[in-house]
Write a protein that binds this ligand. Structure first.
Ligand code: AMP
Length: 361
């Protein structure tokens, strides 16, 4: 595929990353007649179980990346910690959506918050942390409580520490062990919400409804669609998400996580330029699910309708909770999704269940 001509069904989509997001992307792609080729270094890849091909190689393996690029028609990703250098290498052979410049921003918490602030999007106050003394400086300048987070490779609450008492400073510094980080003021929030928005090759946009997210221990526990917020706030959240997607020039999905503060203001917390856990409800509750929407966007097809047909609550099945599957498969109001992971480690995302109810409004 060259330029923005649509990539027709029958073509091959390369997906970087082999987890459940890649698996559900491959399933949606297969329904539209595409083949998927997974690139993932791990010995187990839930995405590869449902894909046409799998390159199992390291992210640094340039020869493997080039071979992969020559076998696919477009490259997308389900894991945003891919090195931008790998994306630039792939882009010499094939369109990469989203492009390396998006990942350079969104995989680095400092670059991401700096970009958002410079472009006028609301974020909590933050400071870079390069040395242990910077945490003390952040405590003085931003106050407590604050969060110290590693700049790279943070997910599901990993690589982040809440700093409130003096001893927390030393603990965060010790556990950071010299990794570059960011310190940000804790937000006193009423709830956490997110918007999954899609942006097409030509800038077309479509957003799913704003949802409420409940986290436990930094991991998403439950998503409620729609979020119980006013129509004005919902419009504002969608406006922010679409504005950020346009500013980043994303092609594909962009998930925008936000805090709704007790003061009624929305603050952007985190961006993910890919399908997102808080969008899983759309598979069963919307005309077009997030994975199909991602496939449409990266293949240059027209975006589908994101309209919500049902109200939905999505519950993650974490670790041994997956053993409850028999209950959900027997429940006529539940839609069960299992990721085929063999080992149910504590906190690991093993599947999810979406409960549907008639649409309220
Ligand atoms: P993150 O990895 O940045 O999405 O953070 C994981 C979870 O930690 C968030 O969903 C919040 O529940 C909490 N959290 C992170 N940063 C902040 C903050 N600045 N203020 C309040 N809560 C936060």
């Amino acid at each position: 595929m060259r330029g923005s001509a649509p990539l027709p069904p029958g073509s091959t989509i390369g997906i970087l990353g082999g987890g459940q997001l890649g698996r559900m992307t491959a399933l949606a792609a297969a329904r539209l007649g595409y083949r998927c080729h997974i690139y993932a270094p791990e010995p187990e890849a839930p995405a590869a179980d449902v894909a046409a091909a799998w390159t199992r190689a390291a992210w640094e393996d340039e020869a493997a990346l080039e071979r992969f690029a020559r076998q696919v028609d477009v490259v997308t990703l389900e894991w945003e910690n891919v090195e931008p250098a790998a994306l630039r290498l792939l882009a010499r052979f094939v369109p990469v959506r989203p492009a390396a410049h998006v990942l350079e921003i969104t995989r680095d918490r400092l670059a991401e918050k700096t970009f958002l602030r410079e472009r006028g999007f609301p974020v909590t106050d933050f400071l870079p942390v390069d040395r242990p003394e910077d945490i003390e400086r952040a405590v003085r300048e931003l106050g407590v409580p604050l969060f110290v987070k590693t700049r790279l490779f943070g997910y599901d609450g990993k690589g982040q520490w809440r700093v409130e008492r003096p001893e927390d400073v030393a603990r965060a510094a010790a556990e950071l062990a010299g990794r570059p980080a960011i310190a940000e003021r804790a937000v006193d929030f009423r709830m956490e919400v997110s918007v999954v928005t899609a942006r097409g090759v030509d800038g077309e946009r479509a957003s799913f409804d704003v949802v409420r997210n409940d986290h436990e221990g930094g991991i998403l526990r439950r998503t409620t669609a729609p979020a119980p917020i006013s129509a004005d706030l919902a419009r504002e959240a969608v406006r922010l998400a679409e504005g950020i997607a346009a500013a980043l020039e994303v092609v594909g999905l962009l998930a925008v996580e936000m805090f709704l503060g007790r003061d009624g203001r929305l603050l952007v917390n985190e961006l993910a330029p890919r399908p997102h856990n808080s969008g899983h409800w759309t598979i069963d509750a919307c005309i077009t699910g997030q994975f199909e929407q991602h496939v449409r966007a990266v293949c240059g097809l027209p975006l589908g309708s994101p309209a919500r047909l049902f109200d939905a609550v999505m519950e993650n099945l974490l670790g041994s909770e997956v053993e409850t599957w028999a209950r959900w498969i027997a429940d006529p109001g539940a839609r069960l999704h299992l990721y085929g992971k063999r080992e149910a480690r504590a906190g690991r995302k093993m599947g999810h269940v979406t409960f549907l109810r008639p649409r309220s409004g």
